[in-house]
Write a protein that binds this ligand. Structure first.
Ligand SMILES: C[C@H](O)[C@H](O)[C@H]1CNC2=NC(N)=NC(=O)C2=N1
Length: 176
């Protein structure tokens, strides 16, 4: 019975999550078996909230491979505001913000750095033209995207950035 349950769980649950039979809760596991590799492209049924509660796993290039563009396209809607980039066949996540000032940009970087250090997974940080922040996330070790990148993006999306960002210009048509 156990192997069958295990196979079904791996097929049906998001990103290596598994159901413990008694509680029904999900648990993170390191995606490393060759069976996992085979299923990698299919495990894309995860909510944004679930992504944000996961932990990044150590990047061991031997056991990990970049996800396909198809899988990345299926996951991108789970991380609001993030876009997929394809730079020289390396897929990356990218999100931009306009900050109130240069130093608010640095504050934003510090908040992101705290998450990155806690996760052991590090984004590329850009602060250009004094108030344009862009963050790119990809897994250098595999030359593309892994679930870690989506987990980090989801965690960044939960940071309280509002006080650091420029207000959006109001849409005049909505003020009537
Ligand atoms: C061993 C450890 O997992 C690596 O050095 C980590 C550190 N942070 C990292 N961050 C990112 N974005 N990609 C990596 O491949 C990476 N590797």
């Amino acid at each position: 019975q156990a192997p069958l349950v295990s196979v079904a769980q791996r097929l049906l649950l998001p990103h290596g999550g598994s159901i413990t039979p008694d509680t029904g809760t999900t648990q993170d596991r390191v995606a490393c078996s060759s069976f996992r590799k085979l299923l990698y492209g299919f495990r894309t049924f995860c909510t944004s909230e679930e992504l944000a509660t996961k932990k990044c796993v150590p990047c061991n290039a031997k056991d990990m491979r970049p996800m396909t563009e198809e899988s990345a396209n299926a996951l991108i809607s789970k991380v609001e505001g993030w876009k997929l980039l394809n730079e020289g066949d390396i897929l990356k996540l990218s999100r931009s913000w306009k900050v109130k000032s240069f130093t608010k940009g640095l504050e934003l970087f510090q908040l992101v750095a705290n998450v990155a250090e806690a996760e052991g997974h590090h984004p590329d940080l850009h602060l250009v033209g004094w108030n344009n922040v862009t963050i790119e996330i990809w897994t250098h070790a595999v030359g593309g995207l892994t679930e870690n990148d989506f987990v980090l993006a989801a965690k960044i999306n939960e940071l309280p950035l509002d006080g650091l960002l420029r207000r959006k210009v109001k849409d005049s048509s909505s003020s009537k």
